[in-house]
Design a protein around this ligand. Sequence first.
Ligand code: NAD
Ligand code: UFG
Length: 341
Amino acid sequence: MHKNILVTGGAGYIGSHVSVRLHEEGYNPIILDNFSNSEKSVLAGLKNITGKDFKCYEGDILDPSILTKIFSENEIEGVIHFAAKKAVGESVEKPLEYYKNNVSGLVTVLEAMSQYGCENLVFSSSCTVYGQPDELPVTEQSPKKPANSPYGNTKQIGEEIIEDTVKSGAMLKSIALRYFNPIGAHSSSEIGELPLGVPNNLVPFITQTAAGLRDKLTVFGSDYDTPDGTCIRDYIHVMDLADAHVQTIKYLENHTESSFFDVINIGTGRGNTVLEAIHSFEKVTGQNLNYEIGPRRAGDVEKVYAQVDKSEKLLNWKTKYSLEDSMRDSWNWQMRLSRKS
Ligand code: NAD
Ligand code: UFG
């Protein structure tokens, strides 16, 4: 009997890739999504990859009745909680929407899990909780810095809510995965990232520029204290990230303590500059990208990349894909999108 894993936000960028990996590893992903930042066509993509119609509930994590319905209709072994709003800039303009969706939403999910005795939770956190770390690579012990956006604050608060719940003696085993910069797409190009409007993130902006949808990419700042002056990030292929989630579910299942909370960095351990990312894209696609150097973007940290010892040891997991693999898959996905539109 396949174990059911509730994947909130499972139609989204990361959740859809995780659902594929769960299926491949013998789990049965059950998706809950309100499609506020995804399209139903993702479900067709999932079927094309796996040959299976995943069970999907259309609804909102803020609505306890949909959670009651899911938990009463299915025996849920664990929850991977992706559903959240994620645009940093928008969160500054609409903080209450972010606190409601990301914080109240998590509380609603935790209440439903408690009511139905579901003990395993993976929470999507972010390296944004570290701000600009004092030391690199950044370890899980590095102190959290004051969040520089309401979005970042929802991730810090989310981790604290789970930790407090565990401290209260609740039967809850949970890991917050602090993702670095997820990029890439499934190699089939059936699923990938679907940015709405003008992308904020580097890689969708690169691929849209190369596809002719944007005139040029602006590199935000070249006067940072890095080898070529541009910011450094830890770009991780979304399928490596997906694999880490499956390993985390297995870790929670096998963990003997009945109640605990921990945090794990999920990155590659390598930092790349913006210019290196651009050149990697140019190399794998054979295209010259139209870009120019512009001013710094407010709020950007100079450099951040993960120390990965803890993830490798606890999850028995290592990344498999290179930056070039990620760029190739992002580009193939962009071409697929361009053909569809
Ligand atoms: P995404 O927007 O592609 O996916 C989120 C999904 O959740 C979407 O399908 C959306 O429709 C759904 N959703 C949002 N609010 C909902 C609600 N109230 N009820 C039901 N469904 C809802 O985002 P993603 O990139 O896949 O990110 C997934 C998680 O990972 C988020 O929690 C995000 O904050 C976190 N994260 C993402 C990144 C990144 O760079 N992509 C980095 C760090 C952390
Ligand atoms: N960049 C450009 N030009 C662009 C877009 C981005 O030069 O058009 C640069 C940024 O300045 C940064 C790098 O590319 O140096 C990566 O930027 P992204 O926007 O792709 O990613 P961020 O690291 O800024 O943000 C990501 C997630 C956030 C999360 C944060 C945590 O998008 O949700 O990581 O650090 F909060």
